[in-house]
Write a protein that binds this ligand. Structure first.
Ligand SMILES: C[S@@+](CC[C@H](N)C(=O)[O-])C[C@H]1O[C@@H](n2cnc3c(N)ncnc32)[C@H](O)[C@@H]1O
Length: 289
C-alpha cells in the first residue's frame, strides 16, 4: 500500500508513526470512560485473563492490566511492529508484569498465540475470560475470521467486547458544508477500497451469533462536539493525520484538501458551529457455557 513505511511489515491505513502513537493516546483519553463502562458490563474483574485484539501501542491494554491486577494477565496482539515494541518496552518500565504483546495478524489470532506460547504453557484455546477489540474490526478484510478465532480463545462464558463504527458517514458538520462532506465520503471510500468497513457493526451481531456468541449488549455513543472543546480536537487530530494520506492515495486532490482545511479553520473559529461525531457502538458477545 502506498502509505506503508515499513516495507517488510503490514501497516494499518492510519500509519504507525510518532504522530499516530500520540493521536491514539489522546483518542484513548477521550474514549476511556466508554471503554471502562463496556468492560464493566462484561464483568471485568481482578485475576482475569484478558486479550486485547489489535491493541495498538497499548493505551487500553495497560488500563485492562491495572484492573486484571497481579493475579491476572493481559495479552495484546497487533500487526504493527513499532506499536508492539512500544507496548513491550512500556511494560518493562511499569508495574505490569502481566502484560505481554505479540506481533501478528488478528485474522489468525489463535495461531499467533499458539506460536508464541511458552514451553509448558497451556494451549491458549479456551483460556481468556474477556477479549476486547476497539477500532480494529473496521480495518480488517475478514472480521468474521477474527470473531471466530476470538470465540475459540474464550473460556465457556467468556465475553468479547467490541467498540467500533456503524454508519461512520453520519459524521456531519452543522451547518453542513460541501468540502467537509467530500472528505467524509473519501475517508469511508478509502477504508472500503482497502478491505475495511465503516459500517462494520451492522454485520457484527450476525458474525457473533454464527461464531457461537450470544449478543448480551448492544449500545451506541452518539456524541457531538463544539469548537473549543477538548473533543473537537479528536477530529482535528484525525484530519491532520489522514487528509494528507487521502491525497497520497489519490482519493482526493490537493485542492480538495486545501478547501477542507480552510473550511475546518473557519468552523473551528465559529462558536455557533457543531458537529456530530461518528457513532461508536458497544457490542458484547458471550460464549455459550
Ligand atoms: C485505530 S487503531 C486502535 C488501536 C487500539 N485498539 C486502541 O483502541 O487504541 C487500529 C489498530 O489495529 C491494528 N490492525 C489493523 N489491522 C490489523 C490486523 N489485520 N492484524 C493486527 N492488527 C491490525 C493497527 O495496527 C492498529 O494498531
Amino acid at each position: 500500500m502506498s502509505h506503508t513505511t515499513h516495507a517488510s511489515t503490514p501497516e494499518y491505513i492510519l500509519g504507525t508513526d510518532a504522530a499516530e502513537l500520540w493521536r491514539l493516546g489522546f483518542q484513548h483519553r477521550l474514549w476511556s470512560a466508554a471503554a471502562h463502562e463496556a468492560w464493566a458490563k462484561a464483568r471485568i474483574a481482578p485475576g482475569q485473563s484478558i486479550l486485547d485484539v489489535g491493541c495498538g501501542p497499548g493505551y487500553a491494554t495497560f488500563d485492562l492490566a491495572h484492573i486484571a491486577g497481579p493475579a491476572g494477565r493481559v495479552v495484546g496482539v497487533d500487526e504493527s511492529v513499532p506499536f508492539i515494541s512500544h507496548l513491550n518496552s512500556s511494560a518493562e518500565s511499569r508495574p505490569a508484569p502481566t502484560v505481554r504483546a505479540y506481533v501478528g495478524d488478528v485474522q489468525q489470532i489463535a495461531d499467533v498465540l499458539a506460536r508464541n506460547a511458552g514451553t509448558g504453557e497451556a494451549s491458549p484455546l479456551g483460556s481468556f475470560d474477556m477479549a476486547y477489540a476497539r477500532w480494529v474490526l473496521c480495518f480488517v478484510k475478514d472480521p468474521e475470521a477474527v470473531v471466530r478465532d476470538v470465540t475459540k480463545l474464550l473460556k465457556p462464558g467468556g465475553r468479547f467486547v467490541v467498540q467500533d463504527y456503524f454508519d461512520y458517514e453520519r459524521m456531519t458538520l452543522a451547518p453542513k458544508r460541501a468540502p467537509f462532506s467530500k472528505i467524509i465520503d473519501a475517508v469511508a471510500r478509502s477504508w472500503r477500497a482497502r478491505g475495511g468497513n465503516p459500517d462494520l457493526v451492522g454485520a457484527l451481531p450476525g458474525m457473533m451469533s454464527r461464531a457461537g456468541l450470544t449478543v448480551t449488549h448492544l449500545d451506541s455513543h452518539n456524541r457531538m462536539a463544539r469548537p473549543g472543546s477538548t473533543i473537537w480536537n479528536w477530529p482535528t487530530t484525525f484530519w491532520q493525520s489522514f487528509v494528507p494520506r487521502l491525497v497520497q492515495m489519490n482519493e482526493i486532490t490537493q485542492s480538495d484538501a486545501d478547501a477542507f482545511f480552510a473550511c475546518w479553520a473557519e468552523v473551528s473559529a465559529d462558536p455557533n458551529a457543531f458537529m456530530l461525531l461518528p457513532p461508536v457502538f458497544d457490542v458484547i458477545g458471550q460464549r455459550g457455557a
